[in-house]
Design a protein. Structure first.
Length: 306
C-alpha cells in the first residue's frame, strides 16, 4: 500500500504516523516512480499506475494471488477441436493430474454445468465452469461462485449419468477401476480497468480522504486487474488507486469416461482454500471470452516467471 501526498494537515500527519512501516509514503511521486512501485508490487503483471500529474493525494494498494500446479498440465494440439480452439495451436488436457477435479453440478444460478477445479501451491484453486451457451457472465459467474464455495445446488453422481451426449459433455461406459475425465481447457489472459464509482464503502472513503486533506476536492477511484492461466499455474494482480483531485474398487467394473471441451466462453472463479478467515476468500472472477497460446516450455520447475 502507498499513501502519497503533497498536502500537509495535522489530520493527515496523525493518520500517516499510525500506518505500518511497509506502507510507502511521501510526496506524490513522478509517473515513472509510481509505475516502478506498482510493477515491483505485482511482480510485473501490472506495469503502469494511473496518471498522477497534478494530484495532491493518492492512496494506492495492490493484491496478488499466485499458484503453481503440482505438475504442469498436459498440452495437446488443437487439431480436431471445435469452437475457438482452432485459433491457437495447443489446448490444455485436464482431469488426470494431481490437483485436478472435474465434476458435474446442478446449480441454482445456471442449471447443469461442468466444472473443473485446478488446485496448486499456496492454497489457491481456480474453478472453470461451462454451462448453457444461452447464459451470460452474470448467471455463469454466480454458478462459478456456487461451485467454488460449494454453496447452493447439488453435485451430480457420475454413476447416475447415462451413456451418450449430454450437450455440455459426453459419457462413455468403459471397463476400468474408476471414472475418468478428459477436459480441454484453453490458456487465457484477462486485463481490465474500470472506475470505482459505487458501493457502500465509497462515500465513507471519500469523506475520510477529504477530512485528511482538509479540502472537499473530488475523489476518483480506479482499479486495474490482470490474470493469467496456463499449463504451469495461475496468477492475478489488482491495483486499486484512489486519488483526490479531478474416494477405488479392486477389480475392473463399468465406469464413466466423461469428456468435455471448454470451446466457448466460460466463467472462472479463483478462491483461497486456506484455513480460518482466509478460507473461501474470493480472489478473482472472470468471464473468459478470449484465449491465448500455451506458455513456452520451461526447462526446470523452478524456472518460471511467477
Amino acid at each position: 500500500m502507498a499513501l502519497w501526498s503533497d498536502v500537509d494537515t495535522p489530520a493527515l500527519a496523525e493518520f500517516t504516523s499510525t500506518l505500518p512501516g511497509q506502507v510507502a509514503r511521501g510526496p506524490v511521486p513522478s509517473q515513472a516512480e509510481a509505475d516502478r512501485w506498482v510493477a515491483e508490487n505485482t511482480e510485473g503483471l501490472i506495469d503502469r499506475h494511473p496518471a498522477l500529474a497534478g494530484l495532491p493525494l493518492v492512496l494506492s494498494s495492490t493484491i496478488m494471488a499466485q499458484t503453481r500446479w503440482y505438475s504442469p498440465l498436459a498440452t495437446v494440439p488443437t487439431t480436431g477441436l471445435s469452437g475457438w480452439f482452432p485459433t491457437v495451436e495447443q489446448a490444455l488436457l485436464v482431469g488426470r493430474n494431481r490437483g485436478d477435479v472435474v465434476e458435474v453440478h446442478d446449480t441454482t444460478s445456471a442449471g447443469r454445468v461442468i466444472a473443473v477445479r485446478n488446485s496448486g501451491e499456496n492454497e489457491v484453486s481456480v474453478v472453470s465452469v461451462l454451462g448453457d451457451p444461452a447464459l451470460g457472465p452474470t448467471e455463469m459467474g454466480r454458478a462459478a461462485r456456487e461451485v467454488a464455495l460449494d454453496r447452493g445446488g447439488t453435485r451430480v453422481d457420475p454413476g447416475s449419468l447415462s451413456e451418450g451426449d449430454h450437450g455440455l459433455f459426453t459419457v462413455r461406459l468403459v471397463e476400468g477401476l474408476r471414472n475418468t475425465y478428459s477436459v480441454h481447457l484453453p490458456c487465457w489472459e484477462v486485463r481490465s480497468s474500470f472506475e470505482i464509482g459505487s458501493g457502500p464503502e465509497v462515500p465513507e472513503l471519500v469523506s475520510k480522504l477529504q477530512d485528511l486533506a482538509g479540502a472537499h476536492l473530488p475523489v476518483t477511484g480506479v482499479q486495474s486487474a490482470v490474470a493469467r492461466f496456463d499449463q504451469y499455474g495461475f496468477e492475478a494482480a489488482a491495483l486499486t488507486s484512489v486519488t483526490m483531485g479531478s474416494r477405488r474398487p479392486s477389480e475392473p467394473i463399468l465406469v464413466r469416461d466423461i469428456r468435455a471441451s471448454f470451446d466457448r466462453p466460460f466463467a472462472v472463479h479463483a478462491v483461497s482454500e486456506g484455513g480460518g478467515w482466509w478460507y473461501g476468500l474470493p480472489l478473482f472472477d472472470a468471464w473468459i471470452t478470449e484465449i491465448s497460446e500455451a506458455s513456452p516450455a520451461r526447462t526446470h520447475p523452478d524456472q518460471d516467471d511467477f
